[in-house]
Structures are given as structure tokens and as C-alpha cells.
Design a protein around this ligand. Structure first.
Ligand code: SF4
Length: 963
């Protein structure tokens, strides 16, 4: 039994320096024999630097060997087991596990029936199952069948957990048969030969440095070494633990000492820590991430040039925005960045989505747009230029006006329109290669090796045509390197690589492998300002700290949901659960803080990152620190009171106030030009009455929303089609009195169906929507015809026009009248409506004060325009009746909308009780007066005024309007 105490290096001290002192003091004469085991690689570099600078160490000399636990165990396994073993890659492990599952007795019923035996069903669980096996082995835990888990996990997961023991032992058998091992299996094998372990390291002073919560295998192996007297254990911890006190977060160390019966003592040469060694803490409560980063930028700008400091990121996703807030000085990044967060992974995701949503070589237009918008592809270089940008712009325009499903391989750019006649051949070759790499190669991938080959082709394209891209964007370059050197070999060279699998499975595996990949950034030199991940700070000390995102979600953090073994089931297998992970996070955080002279903790408390996400809450660790300070002061600390600063960006939102458009000379000229060439239609006049600014933006500036493929139909195209079908159908009967209701409705319906089938918008609609549109259209047209009266059709789809004075000229006011009938000797204007009918309030025509105001209006006076908008509804039918009166010399008796969007019934403009004399007055006096007023207003009002209203929500020029 060892009587060696566990030695504590106070966590206020620099651990690598203190360790260097210990090694020089105790092993200076045999430094090269020493072996130091760290929890991770980074402290080894700091130790090497401290020893190199150490004055007590004679040089030249060999430095001690450093290693991690995983490497140590691999070495111990090789020494204690004669059979050489090869490390199995992650996908090899999955393949062996699948074989193990397949080998279970298939005749048994119950849970076995749910086991995912087929490779397609197994693979989505495979990587998680292999991680579970690793974890069990690392903890030295015997597997246990987990029964009755059906309520907490899916049937496949319940079946796998229910046969954990059998799968585990079959898996071990397969590993042995194939001569393979894994880090977890190394632990298991070394635990079997624990007695031989001390002899393996005999003669090598061993230092177990800076571990905190031990796995089962770590505990057993370290204990065996310590008990044999071959190892010293050093903690980096609160020295109070030696007196039975110490910080609450050290409970794992107390339990460790209790298990071993060890006595913790403070390293004699370390200076005792006093009150003065406590760090100065400041807190920054930011409203959102922008203000958090803004304040970080200010803090860093105040940092002296030679001051060593660390920006700590509990959330690695913050790395790219943080890089933009670093000062102009030498900085190092020391962390692993998740590959799935990189732009490269987003490009890969787009390629997978193209295949998943596509159909027989045709792809959804939105996915193609997402592809050609990716910056890597737009920036592809050809002889120092980036020609694909303009090609993609032309393509996107076509895609937006085309069909839902497109075949990119058949698209031919109009190089002449782009002025690329000379270089067109080379540009086209690059475009074809891009399409082959991004589409064809992925479509043809049938195996993981094939998928790896497709990814390799993509990488080659990006490298060969990346130009300056990879030199300018180092983070992206590193991600590309990682994809090529780590992920592709894993996909291409495993036991699963040549198994034919459907795309859904291949892509699911690729996504899981991507999600597990991290891009390591190692700093050199390890001085100055560093950007580090939380885990990378273990055993390191930074005098100045800036900890971002100190929210509950990141500190201690919420682990992602594991569908195979949720947190609630982990304890049943003896594995550490959420509470154990929280303790580790607390130790990492408070140890880091203890070594600092000053620490600034940033957190957000205002802005929820996503629609369905909750507002961030400051970390419980921050709460504890603030509470300690409040107890010391005896009063609450509110935001704005030191040490708790509150930061929010000065609010300067984009103005939502819609400004009037002043009629400058240029605006007047544009208006006149427009009226001269196009005249005015009822639609334009309606727009002017409702909102003069919308008239200006739509009809003078000709602003239109960007083209989009109409996946759910195209109301405008459908309206034109219905008008065309009705006009063609009724044309033979024009000029003769006809009972329209007696005409063959089935023929009208057939004409509609035939015309519909030739429309591009119809082809791109989903099948169910096409069936519904065809059936409802046929039925409504038949209803319409059945409800039509005896009539003589005088005109079909004819333009009626008049001219009125404007700015010393005459401009045309016109509209296309769908149908003009003579019924019972009187004229009736008919208008087909496939959209909403906007009825007028007849009281409008009796409002003498309003008409007087219109007649007398002059700029600056009481403006009657806003009072017209509501009651007028639409100017269309009264204007058509007036135009008809001008053309035929006879005022119509009425006008009617045919409501094709509903049952096809006619809705008369005038109510029955509206006398003929009143109707004549509307047609001959009031409507012409209204048109004159509108033109007068348009010419003389000093501005195009916006009219904010509920309808602004649907206004397609709302963006440029600013309302
Ligand atoms: S958003 Fe409203 S105020 Fe602006 S142009 Fe459209 S309708 Fe007029």
C-alpha cells in the first residue's frame, strides 16, 4: 500500500510551472526517464516551454515524455498482451456491431423482433451504439441488459439496449477474431492484467498530472500504479481541500481521495494563497450577441499589448464572429471547431438536400439556387477571374421564372449575353465540371466509398479553382484540409465502405460522421492573446480572462439528446449522468477563474436566438459569484452597478416610417413619361386612390417582387387562362341573341382542362393540387354558364379607351372589357373575376360634400382622396361603364362581376333600387368627374403620400416604401 500523499498544486498557481519545478527538484538527473500523463495534449506544450526556460535544469537535456491516458493505455495493452492489435476506425466498429446484432438468435420473439438487423435500419444507430460500448469499456463496467426502456426510446433502441450483454460479448469476440482493438477495448484488456501494469513502467518515474473526474479504467489503472509506489499524483485544486475544506466543486477529488485512502497535501514549494490572490471579477450583461461582442472588442482594445490573456468560448460557434472583434495584434486560436458548423459542411448539406428532394435527375429549383449561391462556388477561379458569378446570376433569373423541378445538366448559359464569347469554352468546361462534382457524382454514389469519391471530387475542384480563397480564409482552408485528410479516409476505408446502401442511409452516416469531426487549432507560440475553448483551458492559467456566453445553456451546458441512451437511462448502466457532467464543468470553470488576476464574464439576457428558443439565462455559476459578492456587501447588485455592467447597442433601427415621395422634376418627368407611354388603367387608378405612394412605386418606378417559381399555382396566369377560354368559347355566339345557359357546359369544362394542361405553372404544381384545381375550375365554369341569361354578346375582351388632359397633354385611360352584352334592350358590362370582388358603397355617389370637395380641390386644401378609398371599392366597373358610354353613345344600364372564384354567379354593380336616372348620373357625371379629379390630383399634389393601413402587410412594395 502506498503511503505517498496526493500532492496539490494550488489552483491559483500556474500548473505547468509548478510541475516543472517539481520535476527539476526531484528528477533533474533522470528527466528523460520521466513520464507525465495529462488529461489532454495542450499542457504538455506549456510544460516543455517552462522546462526550457527553467534555470535549475542543466541544458542541453532530454525533456520528460508526456502522454495522455489513451496513449498510456495503448502502450500498457501492447506490453501486457502479446497479440498485436490494430485500432479499428469508427465505421469498422459499426460494421462489427452490425455483424454482432445480426448474429443474435433470430428465432426468439419479443424485443429481438425489433432489433434493426438490416444494415439500412442499423446504421443510424450504429455510431451511437459503438460509442456506448466504448463508454462501458472505458468505465470498466460490465454490460447489463436494459429492460423496459420502451417508454423512453424508440423500439429499435429499446431492442438494442435490451440485448446489451449479448451484443457486447459478440462484439468483443469479433474484435478478437479480426485482430482489432479500440481505445475502450485497450482499457478493458489492461484492466484484465492490472497486476502486471506497475512492472511495465518500472524504472520510469510517473506523474499523473491534473486529472479530476476519473473514468473507471483511469481510477483502477492509476490506483494500481500509485499503490505500487511508481506514480505520483498531482491535483490542480483549491488548497483548502487538504484541510477538509475547499471549494464545493471539488467533490470528485474528495471522493477520489476517499476511495484510495489517500491524504491530499499542498505541494511544499508552492506559496500559500491569500485573500489577495482572489481574481477581480466583472460581469457584463449584454442584451444580445452583438452587444456582447461589441463590449468584448472594447475590453480587448484596452488590453496592454504585452498582456497575456484568453478569450474563452464555451460555445465554439462563436469563433467566427469573435475573430472579427479581435484587436490588431498577434492572436492564437486553441480549440477544436466543429466541422459541421463550417461553410464547407453547409455546402455538403446543400448537395445532400439536392439529392434528397430531387427526382430522376431533376432537382428542386430552390435547392439549385442555394447551390449556385454558395460563396465557394461563386468564387471559383479561372485564370485570375471569377466568371461563374455572372453565369449564376443569369441562371438564377431563369430558375425563378421556370418550373419547380429542373434539370441543371441541360441548362445552357447565354454566354453572348454575358459578353463572354472568347472565354466561353473554358467557363463552360468549369461549369460542367462543377455540375458533375456537385450533382452527378453524388447522384451516382451507391456506397460510402462512392460518397467519399464524390466528396474528393468536390474538394479537388475547390482546391484547384480556389485561387486566393484558401489563402485569405484560413479557417475554411483548415476545414477543407480536415475533410480531406480525416473524414474521407474514414468513409473510404472501412468494412462498410463497399456495401451498397440507399442514399438516405449513406447521407445519414455522412451527417453523423461530420457531426463528430472537429477541426483542431493549435497555437504557436503559446503566448499573447489566445482564443480558447472551455475544455482547452484545463490545467492552463491566464492572468486576464474574457469568458463569453456565460449562460446556463453553455455553462454548465445542456448535452444534446441521445436517442439511444437518454440521460434518464444512463444511471441504470452505471454511467455518469448529467449531474456528474455538471460537476466537471463547475471544476473546469472555477479552476480557470482561480488562476486569473482579472476575469470578465459576459452573458446575454435579452435576445432569444431563434423563434422557438427561450431567452438565455445567466449561468448558475455567475449567479453564485454574484451572490457571494452580494453577501459580502450586504446588498443586491443591479445591472449598471459595478461590478455588473449592462450593455446594449444604441437602438437605431431601420426607419419604419414611410416617407412621402416629393415630386421633384425628375419624378414629374418619370410620371409623365409613364402616362404618355402606358396611360392609366383602372388597376393603376385604384392603386393611386388607396395609396399614392404604392402607385408611384409600382406603376411609375415599375418595382416588382422578385420572380419566384409558383409551386402552388399562379393566380395571375390562371386568371388569364380563364379569360381566354371564356372568350374563345363564347366568340361563335357573338352578335346573336343566345340563351347562354343552354350552351354545353361540358365543352367549356373540357376547353378549360385542355388549356390548363398546357400551362407551365400547372405542370410544376403538386399532383393533388393539380387535381383539385382542374376539378374546381370545371365545376365553377359549368355553374357560371348554367346561371347566365339570354343575351346578345356585343364585344369580347376589347380595349375601351378615352383621353383626358394631363400636364398640357392628353393621356389615355383605358381598360379591357371582358364582355359587353345587350340584355332586354339595355347594355350591360360583364367582368370575370378570379380574385376578390371589391364592392362599392352606393352612398358614395350621394355624398354631395365629397363631390364638391373633389371639384374644388387644390394643393394645400382639404384633400378628399383618403375619403374616397373605402367607399369606392374599385373604380373598374364605373370606369368601364363610362368608357362604354363614350364608345357606344349609350350609357349601360348596369355592370356585373362574375365571381369565378366562388360559384360563378353574377354580382350587379348597382343595387335594384338604384334608379336609371341615378345610374346615368354616376356614369355620365360623377365617374368622369372622379377621373378628372384623380388626374388633377396626380398632377398637382406636391407628393406621392403613403397611406399606412392594414393592407401594408401584404403590399409587395412594402420594402422600398419603408412602412
Ligand atoms: S406599404 Fe402601405 S404605405 Fe407603403 S406603399 Fe404599400 S400600401 Fe402604401
Amino acid at each position: 500500500m502506498s503511503t505517498r500523499p496526493i500532492r496539490i498544486i494550488p489552483w491559483q498557481a500556474d500548473f505547468p510551472s509548478a510541475l516543472a519545478d517539481t520535476l527539476v527538484r526531484e528528477h533533474a538527473d533522470r528527466m528523460a526517464d520521466c513520464l507525465v500523463v495529462f488529461p489532454h495534449h495542450r499542457p504538455a506544450r506549456y510544460l516543455a516551454a517552462r522546462l526550457t526556460e527553467h534555470e535549475g535544469l542543466a541544458k542541453p537535456c532530454l525533456l520528460p515524455e508526456t502522454t495522455t491516458f489513451t496513449e498510456l493505455v495503448s502502450r500498457l495493452r501492447a506490453a501486457t498482451h502479446a497479440m498485436p492489435l490494430v485500432q479499428a476506425g469508427p465505421l469498422d466498429r459499426v460494421a462489427l456491431l452490425h455483424e454482432a446484432v445480426q448474429g443474435l438468435d433470430a428465432r426468439t420473439s419479443g424485443l429481438l423482433a425489433d432489433l434493426p438487423r438490416e444494415i439500412e435500419r442499423f446504421l443510424p444507430w450504429g455510431i451511437r451504439l459503438s460509442e456506448l460500448m466504448e463508454e462501458l469499456m472505458r468505465h470498466g463496467l460490465p454490460p447489463r441488459d436494459l429492460l423496459a426502456a420502451e417508454d423512453e426510446v424508440l423500439p429499435e433502441a429499446a431492442a438494442l439496449l435490451g440485448h446489451c450483454e449479448a451484443i457486447y460479448s459478440a462484439y468483443l469476440g469479433l474484435l478478437a477474431r479480426e485482430g482489432l482493438t479500440t481505445p475502450g477495448n485497450d482499457c478493458r484488456l489492461v484492466l484484465q492484467a492490472l497486476d502486471e501494469v506497475p512492472a511495465v513502467l518500472d524504472g520510469h518515474p510517473l506523474v499523473i498530472a491534473g486529472f479530476y473526474a476519473l473514468s473507471g479504467a483511469e481510477d483502477a489503472i492509476f490506483r494500481a500504479l500509485w499503490q505500487s509506489g511508481s506514480a505520483d499524483v498531482l491535483w490542480h485544486a483549491d488548497p483548502g481541500i487538504a484541510q477538509g475544506r475547499g471549494h464545493w466543486c471539488l467533490e470528485e477529488l474528495r471522493a477520489w481521495a476517499g476511495r484510495w485512502g489517500a491524504r491530499p497535501v499542498v505541494e511544499a514549494t508552492c506559496a500559500p494563497a491569500g485573500e489577495a490572490d482572489a481574481p477581480t471579477l466583472r460581469f457584463v450583461e449584454a442584451y444580445d450577441r452583438h452587444s456582447e461582442l461589441l463590449e468584448l472588442g472594447r475590453e480587448l482594445a484596452r488590453l496592454p499589448e504585452d498582456q497575456a490573456a484568453a478569450v474563452v468560448l464555451p460555445d465554439e460557434a462563436l469563433l467566427p464572429p469573435v475573430l472579427h472583434h479581435l484587436p490588431e495584434r498577434e492572436c492564437n486560436i486553441s480549440m477544436g471547431y466543429p466541422l459541421e458548423r463550417a461553410s464547407l459542411a453547409q455546402l455538403v448539406e446543400t448537395l445532400l438536400r439536392l439529392q434528397e428532394n430531387g427526382l430522376s435527375g431533376r432537382y428542386v429549383w430552390r435547392d439549385v439556387v442555394a447551390l449556385i449561391r454558395h460563396p465557394y462556388l461563386k468564387m471559383l477561379d479561372l485564370h485570375g477571374e471569377r466568371p461563374l458569378r455572372t453565369v449564376f446570376r443569369q441562371w438564377e433569373k431563369e430558375l425563378r421564372g421556370g418550373e419547380k423541378l429542373v434539370d441543371p445538366l441541360t441548362w445552357a448559359p447565354q454566354y453572348a449575353d454575358l459578353g463572354m464569347v472568347d472565354g466561353a469554352r473554358a467557363v463552360d468546361a468549369l461549369l460542367r465540371r462543377l455540375l458533375r462534382c456537385c450533382l452527378t457524382a453524388f447522384a451516382e454514389a451507391r456506397t460510402l466509398a462512392g460518397l467519399a469519391e464524390a466528396l474528393r471530387g468536390l474538394c479537388d475542384l475547390l482546391v484547384e479553382h480556389g485561387g486566393e480563397l484558401w489563402r485569405d480564409y484560413l479557417l475554411d482552408a483548415e476545414c477543407l484540409f480536415r475533410l480531406r485528410t480525416s473524414l474521407l479516409p474514414a468513409l473510404a476505408h472501412s468494412r462498410l465502405s463497399h456495401e451498397e446502401l440507399p442514399h438516405s442511409v449513406l447521407f445519414a452516416v455522412l451527417r453523423q460522421v461530420l457531426a463528430g469531426e472537429r477541426v483542431p487549432f493549435e497555437p504557436e507560440p503559446i503566448t499573447g492573446l489566445q482564443v480558447v475553448g472551455m475544455l482547452e483551458t484545463r490545467l492552463l492559467r491566464f492572468p486576464r480572462l474574457f469568458v463569453l456566453e456565460a449562460t446556463e445553456e453553455r455553462l454548465p451546458g445542456t448535452p444534446g439528446h441521445d436517442p439511444l441512451l437518454p440521460d434518464t437511462l444512463r444511471a441504470r448502466l452505471g454511467l455518469p449522468d448529467l449531474r456528474a457532467r455538471d460537476t466537471v464543468a463547475a471544476y473546469t470553470f472555477f479552476r480557470l477563474l482561480a488562476g486569473a488576476e482579472e476575469a470578465v464574464l459576459f452573458y446575454r439576457q435579452g435576445d432569444a436566438p431563434g423563434l422557438l428558443e427561450s431567452t438565455p439565462v445567466r449561468s448558475r455559476f455567475v449567479e453564485m459569484l454574484l451572490w457571494e459578492e452580494e453577501k459580502r456587501r450586504g446588498s443586491l447588485i443591479k445591472p449598471g452597478m459595478p461590478p455588473l455592467a449592462s450593455v446594449s447597442l444604441p437602438l437605431s433601427p431601420i426607419r419604419s416610417e414611410a416617407l412621402a415621395v416629393e415630386k421633384t422634376e425628375a419624378v414629374r418627368a418619370a410620371l409623365l413619361g409613364r402616362l404618355r407611354s402606358k396611360g392609366l388603367s383602372p388597376t393603376a387608378l385604384d392603386a393611386y386612390v388607396r395609396c399614392p405612394k404604392s402607385f408611384f412605386l409600382r406603376h411609375v418606378c415599375r418595382l416588382r417582387p422578385p420572380d419566384e417559381v409558383s409551386e402552388d399555382g399562379d393566380p395571375a396566369a390562371l386568371g388569364s387562362l380563364v379569360h381566354r377560354v371564356l372568350s374563345d368559347f363564347l366568340a361563335p355566339y357573338a352578335g346573336h341573341e343566345t340563351n347562354l345557359a343552354a350552351l354545353p357546359g361540358e365543352e367549356l369544362a373540357e376547353r378549360f382542362s385542355y388549356a390548363l394542361r398546357t400551362e407551365p405553372f400547372f405542370q410544376s404544381m403538386p399532383l393533388d393540387a393539380r387535381i383539385v384545381l382542374d376539378r374546381t375550375g370545371r365545376s365553377r365554369l359549368k355553374n357560371f354558364l348554367a346561371g347566365q341569361p339570354h343575351t346578345t354578346i356585343l364585344a369580347l375582351e376589347e380595349r375601351f379607351e378615352t383621353r383626358l388632359p394631363f400636364a398640357g397633354e392628353e393621356i389615355a385611360l383605358s381598360g379591357i372589357v371582358d364582355r359587353l352584352d345587350r340584355r332586354g334592350g339595355r347594355l350591360v358590362v360583364v367582368d370575370y373575376k378570379t380574385g376578390r370582388v371589391q364592392k362599392a358603397k352606393m352612398a358614395l355617389w350621394d355624398d354631395a360634400a365629397l363631390w364638391q370637395a373633389c371639384a374644388e380641390w387644390s394643393p394645400g386644401g382639404d384633400d378628399p382622396l383618403p375619403r374616397l378609398a373605402g367607399p369606392l371599392g374599385s373604380l373598374q366597373l364605373p370606369m368601364y361603364m363610362t368608357l362604354c358610354w363614350g364608345r357606344e353613345g349609350e350609357a349601360p344600364a348596369d355592370a356585373a362581376w362574375v365571381e369565378l372564384a366562388d360559384q360563378g354567379a353574377e354580382i350587379a354593380y348597382f343595387p335594384r333600387n338604384f334608379g336609371q336616372e341615378e345610374r346615368d348620373r354616376v356614369i355620365r357625371e360623377l365617374t368622369p368627374a372622379l377621373l378628372r379629379f384623380l388626374l388633377h390630383h396626380m398632377e398637382h399634389a406636391p407628393t406621392f403620400e403613403p397611406v399606412p393601413q392594414d393592407a401594408c402587410r401584404y403590399c409587395d412594395v412594402r420594402g422600398p416604401c419603408g412602412a
